[in-house]
Write a protein that binds this ligand. Structure first.
Ligand code: HEC
Length: 459
């Protein structure tokens, strides 16, 4: 087993760091994709003689797409930068498995950037034919980059028959491939429709002409009506235990599902009833408000998707701790951190070797999902627990909460974490006794076993 150097982010949990960058990236990237399709359609209108549509394409939307794809690309690089610091082994596995598909995705993405930039730079001087082709290329290539990346990301949650050795394509076209591809496509179009409503409001046109453009742009947001169906489809194909958490097994997850569904319903209602059926006017402030709601829904949705994968980063293959299920037995025997070559950043803080060990065990087994006292801080979670309660719940980690992996260390490691938690709770005194684990700890480890918790049945 290879140990990679890890980085710590203080009170920010690793998952939050990735999540934060990821949500921004997904939002911008999806908007860039929808924007491409919308621009293409507006350009077609423009070429049939709609002068306002042409102004829209040339003067305004173009700049916004540029912003979205420059920022989209930058946050994409930021994703690589953070994921290699946080989940090097996961990324390694993904690259091993999907190397050429990832390269393919990159080629489409490059095309998207080149086509977008070419349109930005030369659009106004080009012939109609060249314009529509360039925009078509931009729209197709941006959607294609979604197509490829979607297969790799959805594989993480539902590797499907790939787990039985069915090969790369089975992993790529996995059970959640189509529901998430269509879902993201619908979101992309909706975002583009909403952004256009903001942009159109900033154009120097009278209200009736703005109104006409808005009605056209709003049609792009109508796929939001399909979202409940697509979400149900997605729910139907994910593993039963993940589904059970989303539907009540985990309160935070249920709330986020609720937030995503509620916000999408509000946006959908406004778009379908207000903009499309009643042809209402929407001003920039309202459009921005809807966009902010959409950002909230995206954030909640991504949180749910990432959360549903716990305790894995690649379901059934790699735990969030970058340990494989097959390695747990060995780590139980040898100890969690015997192979960890990296020193602690703050080793001098700890008054004895057991606490140093505890901090290392915490770093390797817990800090993918917890901090000590910040986000999802274990200090808060165990604030009232007694010593044996700590030992029992940590030794039987996967039974304490099904979204944690089995404890991948020995009885000394459990005891070291327990002492660390108690020492932190006591506000890090300068002197702290060393302890040996009570015999029960081994019994509890054995009882919990080395396998993940059995799947929860849906309520
Ligand atoms: C895959 C992610 C993950 C890993 C790894 C993980 N946890 Fe957790 N843990 C969670 C989540 C999510 C919760 C639920 C938090 C909540 O209920 O607010 C949780 C809850 C807990 C709780 C509270 C349980 C309860 O019933 O109140 C404790 C204690 C805890 N974890 C300790 C640990 C320790 C110690 C480690 C390392 C040995 C660890 N966890 C590793 C995700 C993880």
């Amino acid at each position: 087993m290879t140990s990679y150097p890890v980085n710590e982010f203080g009170p920010l949990m690793k998952g939050l760091v990735i999540g934060g960058v990821g949500i921004l990236h997904v939002f911008l990237a999806q908007f860039a994709i929808g924007g491409g399709v919308l621009l293409f359609a507006m350009e077609r209108r423009a070429q049939r003689g709609d002068a306002d549509a042409r102004r829209f394409v040339d003067g305004y939307f173009k700049i916004l797409v540029l912003v979205s794809f420059v920022l989209g690309a930058l946050t994409g690089v930021a994703m690589w930068f953070t994921t290699i610091q946080v989940g090097a082994r996961t990324i390694g596995l993904m690259i091993d498995e999907f190397h050429w598909l990832w390269a393919t995705e990159w080629v489409w993405f490059s095309l998207e950037v080149v086509a977008g930039y070419a349109f930005y730079r030369f659009g106004p001087t080009l012939s109609d034919r060249a314009r529509i082709r360039l925009l078509g290329l931009y729209a197709v290539s941006s959607w294609m980059s979604l197509f490829w990346i979607n297969g790799i990301l959805s594989w993480q949650l539902t590797p499907g028959r790939w787990l039985e050795g069915a090969g790369m394509w089975a992993g790529f076209f996995n059970p959640s491939f189509f529901p998430s591809l269509l879902f993201r496509t619908a979101v992309a179009l909706t975002l583009a429709g909403l952004v256009s409503c903001v942009i159109i409001n900033t154009m120097d046109l009278d209200r009736a002409r703005k109104q006409a453009l808005i009605s056209r742009a709003a049609k792009f947001a109508t796929p939001i009506a399909l979202m409940p169906l697509l979400a149900l489809w997605f729910l139907a194909v994910i593993p039963a235990d993940s589904r059970a958490w989303l539907l009540g097994g985990s309160m935070p997850m249920l709330m986020f599902v609720g937030v995503a569904a509620g916000a999408s319903t509000l946006i959908g209602g406004y778009v379908i009833v207000g903009l499309v059926v009643k042809r209402l006017y929407i001003n920039a402030a309202t459009a921005l408000l809807l966009l902010a709601l959409a950002f909230g829904a995206t954030a909640a949705g991504e949180f749910v998707r990432e959360g549903a994968r716990k305790p894995y980063t690649v379901r059934g293959v790699l735990y969030s701790t970058s340990i494989t299920p097959a390695e747990v037995a060995g780590l139980r025997a040898r100890g969690a951190v015997v192979d960890d070559p990296y020193p602690l950043r703050d080793q001098h803080r700890y008054p004895n070797d057991q606490l140093v060990r505890g901090a290392k065990v915490f770093r390797s087994l817990c800090d993918a999902c917890h901090t000590m006292a910040g986000a999802n801080g274990v200090q808060h979670l165990v604030a009232t627990w007694t010593d044996d309660q700590l030992r029992l719940n940590i030794a039987k980690l996967q039974r304490t909460k099904g979204f944690m992996p089995p404890f991948a260390g020995n009885a000394e490691d459990v005891e070291a974490i327990v002492q660390l938690l108690k020492w932190e709770r006591a506000r890090a005194p300068a002197i702290w006794p060393m302890t040996t684990p009570p015999a029960q700890v081994q019994t509890w480890l054995d009882e919990a076993g080395i396998h993940p918790a059995p799947p929860l049945e849906a309520p």
